[in-house]
Design a protein around this ligand. Structure first.
Ligand SMILES: [Zn+2]
Length: 320
């Protein structure tokens, strides 16, 4: 049993999620809002509490039964050294020896991974990327992250930070990215970018549907998708623009990695049915001939891609 059970952690800037995973099954889960103000020491205490809680929920388990602890963390993390470098969403983690401290405080063997790469690993081994020797995973939410599998191997690169697909430069002007640079794929195609375009459409009073949504609260990507499903012309235009930006970035990723398929996850995948046609149109139009038939498919694990990837680091080290 021990070699088959792991603790998986998904540490983001807003949520800390922990799960007990046996083989390819997620047995139990627990979560807390991330105590970002407490810094790494406080968050490691939160992790320890959640691990105890989880193990207590499954009868007959103790820490001695657990093979190890795998963590997906908002990056960038240098996974060659296990050190957090400068994480924008987690202040105070500069040069923190994350892997070493995680292992010391939990008493378990530990591995850490950048969140985009961990989610790619989860989808590759347990989700929509199963069976592929080459795939690209993209998560499109507040930002855009990702990871790639090339020739049957998870791509990590120097310092373990390959796959920052969201920061491909796509324009010389336009909105400023979370990284501080103008014109990144993320600045144009993330959920934040879609929300900003929706806010502009609402303020210009071009969309009565979004104006009505705004009266019930802030306008976001979900409102745009709901509006498009209801046939609102302005929301349909916003969806078409979003699909165009996503299609352009995905086409570049296809040219770089030559995947058999692209897996799209994150919050915007809730609108996958609306976006897929436009994304494929751009690929068929702009990709070089041998790449034009690469399909884009929806992720299968939802919010659990990162957790399943984190568990895979421990349970399937040959692939993770
Ligand atoms: Zn950027």
């Amino acid at each position: 049993m021990s070699a088959n059970t792991a603790i998986a952690i998904d540490l983001g800037g807003t949520q800390l999620r922990v799960a007990l995973v046996e083989g390819n099954r997620l047995l139990e889960r627990a979560a807390l809002p991330t105590d970002t103000a407490a810094g790494p020491a406080g968050i490691l205490l939160q992790i320890n509490r959640l691990v105890d809680q989880l193990i207590g929920q499954v009868s007959g388990r103790t820490r001695a039964n657990i093979a190890g602890i795998g963590m997906s963390c908002a990056g960038p993390i240098n996974t060659e050294t296990g050190t957090a470098t400068d994480i924008p969403t987690l202040p105070g983690w500069n040069d923190f020896p994350l892997c070493e401290e995680l292992s010391r405080q939990t008493g378990l063997p530990a591995r850490v991974e950048n969140d985009g790469i961990a989610a790619a690993l989860g989808e590759w081994r347990h989700g929509a990327g199963r069976g592929a020797r080459n795939m690209v995973y993209l998560t499109v939410s507040t930002g855009i992250g990702g990871g790639a599998v090339v020739d049957g191997r998870l791509l990590r690169g120097h310092k373990g930070i390959a796959g920052h697909i969201g920061h491909m430069k796509m324009a010389q002007d336009g909105p400023v990215c979370h990284c501080g640079v103008v014109g990144c794929f993320e600045a144009l195609a993330s959920g934040t970018a879609l929300q900003q375009r929706a806010m502009a459409a609402m303020e210009a009073a071009t969309s009565p549907y979004l104006a009505a949504s705004a009266e019930r609260g802030a306008v976001d990507a979900r409102n745009v998708f709901d509006g498009a499903r209801a046939g609102d012309a302005h929301c349909l235009n916003l969806v078409a623009d979003e699909a165009m930006y996503l299609g352009q970035g995905i086409t570049s990723a296809i040219h770089m990695f030559s995947p058999e398929r692209v897996v799209l996850g994150g919050g915007l995948s809730h609108g996958f049915d609306l976006l897929a046609l436009g994304i494929h149109d751009v690929i068929r139009r702009d990709a070089m001939m041998p790449f034009r038939t690469v399909p884009v498919v929806a992720a299968e694990l939802g919010d659990d891609s990162g957790l399943m990837g984190a568990a895979t680091l421990i349970l399937d080290p040959k692939h993770g």
